[in-house]
Write a protein that binds this ligand. Structure first.
Ligand code: DX5
Ligand code: ZN
Length: 221
């Protein structure tokens, strides 16, 4: 298993002060910035796009930016996010007509590629493409909103994905997204996740460093 990564979702940050918020959360010990892109089509919510990603890079953010695309179609946004400074781009297979082609497109643009599984998406979407991925992102809520409760069946699903990843022998990350908090992250890590998105749990508290260190302690326990 790879070193744990904590990726705060800026969906729950104060967008009026986004640069400062990202600086603060990285100074508090976060590893990546999780960047949720919603289009009011694939999901019933509308958020931020490549312009904001580029603005964070221009602001001086050097940490990996983990772009989670909840958009349909996917492909035409990929080059824009690559140019805007995305490190990793993940997408939902239901939103792309040609999943393998989208993975190739992301990698061809020089980014790492991730595939996202919704709570009801079966693991067999990983057949034939797992070896081409850098990350599998497992949703533990339905995509579209921050602040929802963790769906417990995600734990079993994590174990299933972990087995498949280990069988490849490749360093593919297993990321969990939705309802992650200090009090459930230990069980989530034990089920096989190594990359942890948390939005409301971090940005909803005044002391980001305290939440992040509580999460790390639970992951390492
Ligand atoms: C939901 C997003 C998540 C969300 C997580 O569609 O993909 O990244 O912001 O928020 P919390 O941690 O509050 O569930
Ligand atoms: Zn997300």
């Amino acid at each position: 298993m790879q070193a744990p990564v904590i990726a705060p979702s800026i969906l729950s940050a104060d967008f009026a002060r986004l640069g400062e918020e990202v600086d603060r959360v990285l100074a508090a010990g976060a590893d990546w910035v999780h960047f949720d892109v919603m289009d009011n089509h694939y999901v019933p919510n509308l958020t931020i796009g490549p312009l904001v990603c580029e603005a964070l890079r221009r602001h001086g953010v050097t940490a990996p930016i983990d772009v989670h695309l909840m958009v349909e179609p996917v492909d035409r946004l990929v080059p824009d996010f690559a140019k805007a400074g995305a490190t990793l781009i993940s997408f939902h297979p239901e939103a792309s007509r040609h999943v393998h082609r989208t993975i190739q497109l992301i990698r061809g643009e020089g980014c790492q590629a991730g595939l996202v599984l919704n709570p009801a998406t079966p693991l067999d979407v990983l057949d034939h493409v797992l070896e081409d991925l850098d990350l599998v992102l497992l949703m533990s809520v339905n995509p579209g909103f921050g602040g929802q409760a963790f769906i417990p069946s995600a734990l079993d699903k994590l174990r299933g994905v972990r087995e498949r990843i280990d069988a490849t022998g490749r360093p593919i990350r297993l990321e969990i997204d939705g309802g992650v908090k200090p009090d459930n992250v230990g069980a989530i890590a034990a089920a096989g996740a190594d990359t942890f998105v948390a939005g409301s749990a971090i940005f909803g508290q005044p002391d980001y460093a305290q939440v992040i260190s509580a999460m790390r302690a639970a992951i390492d326990a």
